[in-house]
Design a protein around this ligand. Sequence first.
Ligand code: NAD
Length: 256
Amino acid sequence: SLSGKTAIVTGSNSGIGLGVAHELARAGADVVLNSFTDRDEDHKLAEEMAAQHGVKVRYIKADMSSGEECRALIEKAGACDILVNNAGIQHVARIDEFPVAKWDAIIAINLSSAFHTTAAALPVMRKAGWGRIVNIASAHGLTASPFKSAYVAAKHGIVGFTKVTALETAEEPITCNAICPGYVLTPLVEAQIPDQMKTHNMDRETVIREVMLDRQPSKEFATVEEIGGTAVFLCSDAAKQITGTTISVDGGWTAL
Ligand code: NAD
C-alpha cells in the first residue's frame, strides 16, 4: 500500500494524469492534483477523489511552462514521495512550418518541466529516505512520426533525462523510470480525430483503426487505468531494482 506517501501528478485534471492520480489514490497515496487552470471544477475533482478513495487530495495550480512555477509546486505540496511528470501538449506541423512558439512551449511543458520538478523533488525525497519518479514519456520517446518534431524531441529527451536521474540516485532508495504509452483515448487524442477524419476523408471508426492505431498492433487504445496501474507497480516494492528504464504500454507498437 502507498498509504502515508504523497504523490504529485503534474497535469492531472484530465486524461492520463487524472487516471494515474486515481490509481495512486486507490493504492492509498495522498495526491496533489495540478494544472494551470485553477477552476472551481479542479478543486471539486480533488474533493471527489478524496471522498472516493479515503485519502487526502489537494489541487495546486502551477503552469508547467514556467520553471519557477514547477519548483513552487513541489515546495507548496510540502511533501513529495512520488513524482509523476505527466503534463504535456502536442502540435502537428512540418518542421519548416512549425510555429516557433509551439516548439518552445512543447519543450518547456513536455521536457523542461520534469527537470525543474525533479530538481526540487530530489532533496525532499532524500530527506524522506524514499522516492519514486515516474515520467510519462510516449512510444514517441522511442520511435518517431513525421510532423511531430517538437513532441518526439521532447519525449526522446525525457527518456534520456530519466536515465540520468536514475544514475544520480542509483545508490539511494529512489528510482526513476519512464512509461511509454502508445495511443490512449484521452482529450488530447480525441481532439485529433476530427482533423484526421478530414485529412483522410474517413469515418471515425476507419480513421481510428487504419490511421491512429495503424502502428498499434493490438488495434486497441490503452486506457488511463492501465497507465495508472503501471505507475502503481513502479512505486511498489517489487519494482525496487527497476530504475533508469522504460516500460511500454503500447499494444506492441515498439515491437514492430
Ligand atoms: P490531456 O490533454 O488529456 O491532458 C494533459 C494534461 O496536462 C491536462 O491535465 C492539462 O491540464 C495539463 N497541462 C497542459 N499544459 C499544462 C501546463 N502548461 N501546466 C500544467 N498542466 C498542463 O492529455 P493526455 O493524453 O492525458 O496526456 C498526458 C501525457 O501523456 C502527456 O505528456 C502526453 O504526451 C502523454 N501521452 C499521451 C498519449 C495518448 O495517446 N493520449 C500517448 C503517449 C503519451
